[in-house]
Design a protein around this ligand. Sequence first.
Ligand SMILES: [Zn+2]
Length: 89
Amino acid sequence: MSKDKKLLQELLADLNRGELKGRNVDIEELFKKDTPQKAVIVENEHSWGKWSKMVVIEHHCPNCNEEVDSVMNYCCWCGQRLDWENEDE
Ligand SMILES: [Zn+2]
């Protein structure tokens, strides 16, 4: 379970008890991070000399734009939940 998810559950529990006031947490942000988002596909062209070039497909986090990998369920940089369901492995 991710840190954000745990925090989210604690917040929801507090919310149910009416104790949320005064907690400095952006709930909308947490919900957003816990909603799976598709990684942004970035094609980077690398070239060596005149003739050799190769296109490398990278995936970037839709939230913080850092590079992520399809083995990650959550971005290791910001905790954004990632959705890989349409990726062909
Ligand atoms: Zn991220």
